[in-house]
Design a protein around this ligand. Structure first.
Ligand code: FES
Length: 109
């Protein structure tokens, strides 16, 4: 089963059903993750910074392409509500700007 590791979240790798969005997998694993528009691809608050394994993701959706083309989404990030992990492993990080105040993040060394 594909796995997602978020370096600055506790708890280790998260199982992702093939084709499941990262946001659904994070929620299924009990993690709170900012998603201001409710996962409709209309904000960028759910973005995840990619560290490795981006080749295992499905291509960007039209919502993601819109933000990529206007510079509101970095080429090294994806929208968790849109991005589907198809296979293998993906490693990413919660961006500093979208950390939730009540979540205990893993400190950087
Ligand atoms: S939750 Fe708004 S774009 Fe993903």
């Amino acid at each position: 089963m594909p796995t997602l590791t978020v370096q600055n979240l506790p708890g280790g790798p998260i199982n992702v059903s093939s084709g499941q969005t990262l946001l659904r997998a994070l929620h299924a694993a009990g993690h709170d993750w900012m998603h201001a528009c409710g996962g409709k691809g209309r904000c960028t608050t759910c973005r995840i910074e990619l560290v490795s394994g981006s080749e295992n993701l499905a291509p960007p959706t039209t919502h993601e392409l819109r933000y990529l083309n206007t510079g509101r989404l970095a080429p090294t990030a994806r929208l968790a509500c849109q991005a589907q992990l198809l296979q293998g492993e993906l490693t990413g990080r919660v961006p500093e700007a979208t950390k939730l105040p009540h979540v205990q993040y893993v400190e950087e060394s």
